[in-house]
Design a protein around this ligand. Structure first.
Ligand code: PGA
Length: 251
């Protein structure tokens, strides 16, 4: 049985006052049936973990470097994030792939560094609208999967987030059929590479304009083990019902 995950990605949003939303979330979900992870900007990781303390909310980062230390101005290593209190880190988010030209090879190195540090790597992938319209979605996903997931990854140390680029922050959501097709394909690819048991243990998240209003339908899709939520994770009143919908979805 895979424990589901509701993950929030605050992106480059939030100053200290934003942390109040974590207090409210922690109070509303004292003993959740799913993992709750919130990924604030790096500046908020230490205060966020100080605040969430022993609550059920885990704090993650949005990126890490491939190296542990060195001359990489402006970057943050997995070790530093871990010391600040993070337990998870997103790698390969499409905004990083696009804004910072991150290749699958770099994403794989970041996931490897995160896992080596004991962080859970949430490895993101997804096709652009152009790729979908060209009919190459599954090919793109296969390539990203093969090249972005390090060999050391397991269902305990890595989570895969499928986020169609055209659905991120656009209000456009993939249909249940589209999500089902890609998640089923990802599961099959993981089983092919890691074997039946190990492949079944990876948790697969959908991301892209997930809201309270569409969460039930998305969580009913086979092989959807949770969501990576951007905009709707910024406000506890928007994020909380998504968590509840995930808790109420069938196992
Ligand atoms: P969104 O972002 O929910 O605002 O579409 C999702 C993401 O980028 O992880």
């Amino acid at each position: 049985m895979r424990r589901k995950i509701a993950a929030g990605n605050w992106k480059m949003n939030g100053t200290l006052t934003q942390l109040e939303h974590l207090n409210v979330l922690a109070k509303r979900h004292p003993t959740p049936k799913v993992d709750i992870v919130v990924c604030p900007p790096n500046t908020l990781i230490a205060p966020a973990t100080a605040q969430t303390g022993t609550t059920a909310i885990a704090i993650g980062a949005q990126d890490c470097h491939t190296a542990t230390t060195g001359a990489h101005t402006g970057d943050t290593s997995a070790q530093m994030l871990s010391e600040a209190g993070a337990s998870h880190v997103l790698v390969g988010h499409s905004e990083r792939r696009c804004d910072h030209d991150e290749t699958d090879r770099v994403v794989c190195g970041k996931a490897q560094a995160a896992i080596a540090q004991g962080l859970i790597a949430i490895i993101c992938l997804g096709e652009t609208l152009q790729q979908r319209e060209a009919g190459s979605t599954l090919e793109v996903i296969a390539d990203q999967l093969a090249a972005s997931i390090p060999d050391i990854a397991t269902g305990e140390t890595a989570v895969i987030a499928y986020e169609p680029v055209w659905a991120i922050g656009t209000g456009l959501v993939a249909t249940a059929a589209q999500i089902g097709e890609v998640h089923g394909f990802i599961r099959a690819q993981l089983i092919k590479r890691f074997g039946e048991d190990a492949g079944q243990r990876f948790r697969l998240l959908y991301g892209g304009s997930v809201k309270a209003g569409n969460a039930d339908e998305i969580f009913a899709v086979a092989d959807v083990d949770g969501a990576l939520v951007g905009g709707a994770s910024l406000n506890c009143d928007d994020f909380s019902p998504i968590i509840t919908a995930l808790e109420n979805s069938s196992p």
